[in-house]
Ligand binder design. Structure first.
Ligand code: ATP
Ligand code: ZN
Ligand code: MG
Length: 302
């Protein structure tokens, strides 16, 4: 049995995660949720020195915003759309018959105006652009959302529905780069505070197809993405638990987002994979939080 299966099985056995029959789709126990809530408190404490606007979007976003973001160009394999039955009574009869016969009843479902959010920051850019130019000094936002990615896996750290906490900075290139640098340092301090081993490395997103290889290489060469890695299911293949992304003027151009003096805004975000951090804590400190080292308990529960 490989390491991954065994951590997932141990989490199921301990009741921390609850099997739904679908890889990457789990229920969470109150102990698991408590760790996530406490860790989010720690994130907020580290982020509190810079005032941010708190916004919470639901886990679905406006389909036209999703389309405009270019997500399907880069990551068509990960996206999840929301489809619904939009037919008449006869269509309903046919639907039920189709289901009763065990045939594919989903092919006549119609796309709704909602797409599952792939990353917590995607709904933010068009929302802020609609307000007009950014104020002097730019903007800083605090987000958290369940996100969907179609990447079913037995690796408990690769879920299909998981939460991402993010801070997003919008402004001049200098403002945005300073933000990212600051969070790369804070992120390491944060993880050290809960006694997990950390490593930072340049990274790339899983761009689709052959053209995607070039985009990935470009992202690495320009050091646009860094990841904070923690061993969770394997010490050889560490898991990205935080990521630090510089989008340059991509979202600024896409949504017409400008700084106070009319220049195209640059953006960056830091994303915390909340389930991955919780899993790292359980993997390193044990499945019972009562047994965690005192300094870790103090950092989380005070
Ligand atoms: P990976 O390289 O492991 O696929 P990623 O670099 O694609 O992850 P990002 O797109 O940067 O991830 O997302 C921000 C954060 O969300 C990641 O740092 C990670 O902690 C978390 N995350 C991403 N995908 C998943 C997933 N499938 N399950 C749980 N957490 C995830
Ligand atoms: Zn983001
Ligand atoms: Mg990655």
């Amino acid at each position: 049995m490989d390491m991954q299966t065994s951590l997932l099985d141990r989490l199921f056995d301990a009741g921390l995660l609850i099997d739904t029959g679908v890889d990457g789709l789990y229920g969470r126990s109150s102990a698991f949720e408590d760790v996530i809530q406490r860790f989010e408190g720690l994130i907020s404490a580290f982020g509190s020195s810079s005032p941010s606007e708190v916004i919470r979007f639901p886990p679905g976003m406006n389909r036209s915003h999703f389309e405009g973001s270019g997500y399907m160009k880069s990551f068509p394999q990960l996206a999840g759309t929301v489809h619904s039955f939009c037919g008449c009574e006869l269509d309903h009869v046919n639907l039920l018959q189709c289901m009763a016969e065990g045939n594919d009843w989903t092919k006549d479902q119609k796309a709704t105006d909602i797409v599952l959010t792939p990353a917590a920051c995607y709904p933010l850019y068009p929302t802020i652009a609609k307000r007009g130019p950014l104020p002097a000094g730019g903007g800083l936002f605090d987000l958290q959302s369940y996100c969907f990615r179609h990447e079913p896996s037995k690796d408990p750290a690769r879920m299909q529905l998981f939460r991402m906490r993010e801070y997003v900075r919008m402004g001049t290139p200098e403002e945005v780069m300073a933000f990212r640098q600051q969070w790369m340092e804070r992120g390491q301090e944060l993880i050290a505070a809960v006694q997990l081993p950390v490593e930072i490395d340049v990274a790339n997103d899983p761009f689709f197809g052959r053209a995607g290889k070039m985009l990935a290489n470009n992202q690495r060469d320009q050091a646009l993405k860094f990841e904070l890695l923690i061993p969770v299911t394997s010490t050889a293949k560490k898991t990205a638990c935080l990521s630090f992304n510089y989008h340059q003027d991509h979202f600024g151009k896409t949504w017409g987002l400008t700084t106070s003096d009319g220049a195209v805004a640059h953006t960056a975000c830091v994303g915390f994979g909340l389930e991955r951090i919780a899993l790292a804590l359980f993997a390193h400190h044990g499945l019972d939080t009562a047994d965690w080292p005192a300094p870790v308990r103090k950092a989380l529960w005070g």
